[in-house]
Design a protein around this ligand. Structure first.
Ligand SMILES: NC(=O)c1ccc[n+]([C@@H]2O[C@H](COP(=O)([O-])OP(=O)(O)OC[C@H]3O[C@@H](n4cnc5c(N)ncnc54)[C@H](OP(=O)(O)O)[C@@H]3O)[C@@H](O)[C@H]2O)c1
Length: 364
């Protein structure tokens, strides 16, 4: 891709901060003659080539006014986006994401198409790895970015007919530019991206730290055991961590939305929020805070998820335990895996099968 922007006119939405601001700076560095900076709030810039545009991308009147104000355009960068945490229970939250992340780029593209057609210009949609792999803690964002990905793919042949282009940017260019978090997913998955390897490639090369914690890989810590007790008995034991997790536990673990902390001396602190509680079937804890002694990043656990899946198996009950995000890249992976091995296969299993409280851990 030719990344020279000499004498080109560029429009960046969401230009006042974050990646948008960096894109404005990059366009200036690459010789753009004009950079239209679309923002919701008034913005000033020291470089005379930057022309501020009042542009809320959900406001059709502002989009039309912007299209009238811009004389010519070579590159439209749909960067503005929203990302909020939700659980898909609120339709308004989903609509708000779609309004900005899907319909915003759609309306902008339609409005600027005459100018882009005239200049044989290009459209760049800033997507996300969430366009390809759902990130369950931000599902509305994932839905909207997946839809924007599909919009991008579907627009390409349409725009090609008009001799516009939607450039395909190899991921290596994005990484070299230091924007590994920007994903131009307008291309088809590259060679080698297939079912089993795809998540791994995503996890290793493109995801930022926060996102990596929500995409399950085969490297996440798992442990499974089977007991003769009923699914309800297994569920009751899991939701009473004081009986199987040694250390100080404070707060409710048996109600949805409940938060409880776990502290083991100065070695381990973590706070878990109960995000799913299906009696006899499933328990999910979101780690909302942590401080571990040892790793350079003591907050390694924060943002990870702890999942207990209960199912019937040949007249018995199987418990599959997963710590999503606890992967070998974590400094605490070995010690945490050993500790989980003790608590899950030792302590929790013992509680379920004998009713006895926590055993003394080998490291105590
Ligand atoms: N950061 C990441 O890790 C990451 C990863 C993957 C993809 N992305 C994508 O990259 C893009 C930029 O992300 P970022 O991290 O720079 O986000 P950011 O720091 O949150 O900035 C978002 C920008 O979008 C603007 N915006 C939001 N709603 C708008 C609306 N209705 N009309 C016009 N502008 C609006 C914001 O303006 P205000 O200042 O007025 O709110 C702000 O300028 C987004 O599309 C995002 O989804 C980011």
């Amino acid at each position: 891709m030719n990344t020279t922007l000499t004498d080109k006119a560029v429009l960046v939405t969401g230009a006042n901060r974050g990646i948008g601001r960096a894109l404005v700076a990059a366009a200036l560095r690459r010789g753009a003659k004009q950079v239209y900076a679309g923002t919701r709030q008034p913005m000033a810039h020291t470089d005379g080539r930057v022309i501020p545009l009042a542009l809320d991308i959900t406001n059709r009147a502002q989009i039309e006014a912007a299209a009238r104000a811009v004389g010519s355009l070579d590159l439209l960068i749909n960067n503005a986006g929203v990302r909020r945490y939700d659980d898909l229970s609120d339709r308004a939250a989903l609509e708000a994401h779609l309004a900005v992340n899907l319909f915003g780029p759609y309306d902008l593209t339609q409005a600027f198409l005459p100018l882009l057609t005239r200049s044989h210009g290009a459209v760049v949609n800033v997507l996300s790895i969430a366009s390809l792999a759902a990130l369950p803690i931000i599902p509305s964002y994932s839905v909207s970015k997946a839809a924007a990905f599909s919009l991008t793919q579907n627009l390409r042949p349409e725009l090609a007919k008009r001799r516009d282009q939607v450039p395909r940017t190899p991921a290596r260019h994005l990484r070299r530019a230091g924007s590994h978090r920007l994903v131009d997913t307008t291309r088809h998955p590259p060679n080698g991206w297939n079912g089993s390897s795809r998540k791994q490639i995503i996890s290793n090369q493109i995801l930022n730290d926060q996102e990596r914690r929500y995409v399950m890989t085969s490297q996440d810590f798992h442990s499974t055991f089977t007991v003769p007790q009923s699914p309800e008995e297994v569920f009751a034991a899991i939701t009473n961590p004081k009986k199987w997790w040694t250390g100080d536990i404070d707060g409710p673990a048996d109600q949805i939305g409940g938060e409880f902390s776990y502290r083991y001396g100065n070695v381990h602190y973590s706070k878990q929020k109960v995000t799913e509680l299906a009696p006899g079937q499933k328990v999910v804890w979101q780690v909302v805070g942590s401080h571990l002694a040892g790793p350079q990043d003591p907050g390694e656990w924060t943002g990870t998820r702890i999942i207990f899946e209960i199912s019937g198996k040949e007249g018995q009950t199987q418990l599959r335990f997963s710590h999503l995000g606890l992967v070998p890249e974590f400094e605490c992976f070995d010690s945490c895996s050993n500790a989980w091995g003790f608590y899950i296969n030792g302590s929790l299993r013992r509680l379920i099968t004998t009713g006895e409280g926590p055993a003394t851990p080998p490291w105590a």
